[in-house]
Design a protein around this ligand. Structure first.
Ligand code: ADP
Ligand code: MG
Length: 319
């Protein structure tokens, strides 16, 4: 398949399958055109996934599509943005029709799940790499940022943590158990917390999506806000599946494993009850912002880990 045939046969149908009223012009011209409504701001971000670094070699193209779009859209959720459209720069070693059709089918379904339209992209030959730029909008001034937390704010996380890290050991499993299937689904198909993100506008004082592990990501909130994060290990939400598969390692996956794409945010305590009533997502209070800097983790009153602006990932497993 040549480049133009590939765009016409594979990507134009994806673009036609999910549209958005703000996307005025999509695939087929030199640029796409997005309208920004009055009183709204454009929120955008780009993510690159490289084979062998961000996903395994010979990864199922259906999982690649759901993972790539989920990871990219999660950044919009973390800002409290409503998704509009995205571009896809795809570098492929070869254009295999079966692979591309499976990829496109899954991409169309994920685009539909997140209500985000494919606006354009670029197609080149080389080692398998995907770059997705996602666009969303927020009412002007209402995007959630990493800065803004204050001492006394609760630290809250959605869903459960550590599942995607627990999945890494089961990726090659020929017949996974039910619990392993749950973990694998979290890895292959991250579900950005979009509804929660928009519900947090005007309530949360800071927010981030958990892509690098709770310790690392909460450290970003603490640093950007000029506070210290105190976490209570016993209140970190662990799924039944993670406990079943990983036993005693469950907590360390939840603290240091990445790829869960839950939201971690700070909230003045007076909003806690109304927020719980307003959203359909399990929320756990995992700690509190206090004066100081860095992150401390307590378990039964003893400090089990601490760091100042540490947990940065320019180390061995950085990306
Ligand atoms: P140009 O040379 O002007 O950059 P291209 O020939 O690369 O344009 O692309 C033609 C059209 O197809 C453009 O609208 C572009 O956005 C779209 N396109 C190319 N590759 C992809 C892709 N992988 N996914 C979605 N749209 C794509
Ligand atoms: Mg051009």
């Amino acid at each position: 398949m040549g480049e133009f045939e590939l765009i016409r046969q594979i990507f134009e149908p994806v673009a036609r399958s999910v549209t958005h009223p703000d996307l005025r012009l999509g695939i087929g011209d030199d640029c796409a055109i997005q309208q920004i409504g009055p009183g709204r701001e454009l929120v955008f971000s780009v993510d690159t996934l490289v084979e062998g670094v961000h996903f395994p070699a010979d990864y199922d193209p259906r999982h690649l599509a759901t993972r790539a779009l989920g990871v990219a859209v999660s950044d919009l959720a973390a800002m409290g943005a409503d998704p509009v459209c995205y571009t896809l720069a795809l570098t492929l070693p070869e254009a295999r029709r079966h692979w591309l059709e499976a990829f496109a089918e899954s991409l169309a379904s994920a685009s539909d799940d997140f209500r985000i339209a494919l606006a354009g992209g670029d197609t080149t030959r080389g080692p398998l790499t995907l770059t997705l730029q996602v666009h969303g909008t927020v009412p002007a001034g209402q995007a959630l940022r990493r800065s803004g937390a204050a001492p006394g704010d609760l630290i809250v996380v959605s869903g459960s943590l550590g599942d995607a890290a627990g999945a890494l050991a089961c990726l090659e499993q020929p017949s996974p158990t039910l619990a392993q299937e749950h973990l694998l689904a979290r890895y292959h198909r991250p579900l950005p917390r979009l509804a929660l993100g928009t519900a947090l506008r005007g309530l949360a004082t800071s927010a981030i999506d958990v892509s690098d592990g709770l310790l690392a990501d909460v450290a970003h909130l603490a640093q950007a806000s000029g506070c210290r994060a105190d976490l209570d290990a016993a209140s970190i939400p662990l799924s039944w599946s993670l406990r079943e598969v990983c036993g005693e390692q469950a907590l360390s996956h939840a603290l240091s494993g990445g790829d869960d794409y839950e939201l971690c945010f700070t909230l003045p305590p007076r909003h806690w009850q109304s927020l719980q009533a307003a959203v359909d997502v399990p929320l756990a209070r995992v700690g509190e912002m206090v004066a100081g800097q860095g992150v401390q983790v307590h378990n039964d009153g003893t400090s089990i880990a601490s760091g100042i602006g540490g947990y940065d990932h320019f180390g061995a497993q950085g990306d």
